[in-house]
Design a binder for this molecule. Structure first.
Ligand code: GLU
Length: 306
């Protein structure tokens, strides 16, 4: 039996879009007889108290997870051993570039947008020694391909850029792209369901999984929720977290109904939704969440998808 997971970063409260992704991750895992694991990605951006609120909100929706909750901050030796494995195989190199160096080099006419231009890839040992005096190095993966193809239940075979991405940051913290790959492999996660803002990261992660000797998972990158302006839903949109909704008298069960309605699923219970769940029948447009002045919540289909 494989496993799926939800892996929130405890940076604040989850909003309805994040909660909808969690419900989808649960539905995908349960409908394929997988375990459903909960992993807190607290290497970065952790805010005191946020984890407890997030877990409370997920429980209030009726979601349950298998086994103990894992926290990335408690798994540092695992990431360190992956880094040393890669270093021993000469698959890492030190990078001394600042963000500005990268932005300047990446604006060169031939560079693919958002990719590392390889500035530090072939430094000599004496060049590296000189740069070490100036600033601490990040460690990048020495990739051997420019693209990688992952399998996504909703996007098909998805091919994207693989550049020499950072696996260990210059402050010594493992990069998200490393931690997520190491954890998914170590936890037996073979199905990754998350927001489609991370679709373009999947080829890098799938590639790294292979370099570390693991089978890349199958992905399902789901539509994000948008606000009425068509921008990614955010807490500042108001009435989008369970806490904000509760203040207006909307209980968690009603929020779950909104989420399940937005997915075109029966909303009486999670089990009813599970029985009807079919990835092929999920809406192919983003969920646009609007709140009107009376406090009623609606769903709108963006004009381009009508
Ligand atoms: N922790 C990431 C986030 O909250 C999700 C990472 C993942 O699902 O791979 O955006």
């Amino acid at each position: 039996m494989g496993a799926g997971r939800f892996a929130p970063s405890p940076s604040g409260e989850l909003h309805l879009g994040n909660l909808r992704t969690a419900v989808l991750a649960w539905l995908f895992a349960k409908s394929t007889n997988r375990e459903f694991l909960m992993r807190i990605e607290d290497l970065d951006r952790a805010r005191a108290g946020a984890e407890a609120i997030q877990l409370g909100d997920l429980s209030a929706l009726g979601l349950t997870w298998d086994g103990p909750i894992t926290r990335q901050s408690q798994r540092l030796p695992l990431y360190a051993s992956a880094v040393s494995q890669l270093r021993d195989r000469d698959r890492l190199y030190e990078c001394f570039c600042t963000r500005r160096d990268i932005a300047e080099a990446a604006s060169a006419p031939h560079a693919a947008p958002g990719t590392y231009p390889g500035t530090c890839r072939n430094l000599t040992e004496s060049e590296r020694a000189a740069k070490r005096e100036l600033r601490p190095a990040a460690w990048r993966l020495r990739t051997q391909k420019d693209t990688f193809t992952v399998t996504d239940v909703l996007h098909g075979q998805y091919t994207g850029t693989v550049d020499d991405f950072v696996v260990l940051r210059s402050d010594g913290v493992p990069a998200y792209n490393l931690a997520v790959v190491v954890d998914d492999a170590a936890q037996g996660i073979d199905q990754v369901v998350r927001g489609d803002d991370l679709l373009s990261s999947a080829p890098r992660q799938g590639y790294l999984a292979g370099v570390l000797g693991h089978e890349p998972p199958t992905y399902a990158h789901v539509q994000l929720a948008l606000n009425s302006a068509g921008k990614r839903l955010a807490k500042r949109d108001g009435s989008v977290t369970l806490g904000q909704l509760a203040n207006e008298g909307t209980v968690a069960a009603a929020a779950r109904t909104l989420i399940l309605n937005s997915l075109g699923l029966p909303a009486e219970s999670l089990d009813a939704a599970l029985a009807a769940f079919d990835p092929a029948r999920l809406p192919t447009h983003p969920w646009v969440f609007t709140t009107d002045r009376e406090g009623a919540h609606g769903m709108r289909i963006p004009p381009e998808n009508r």
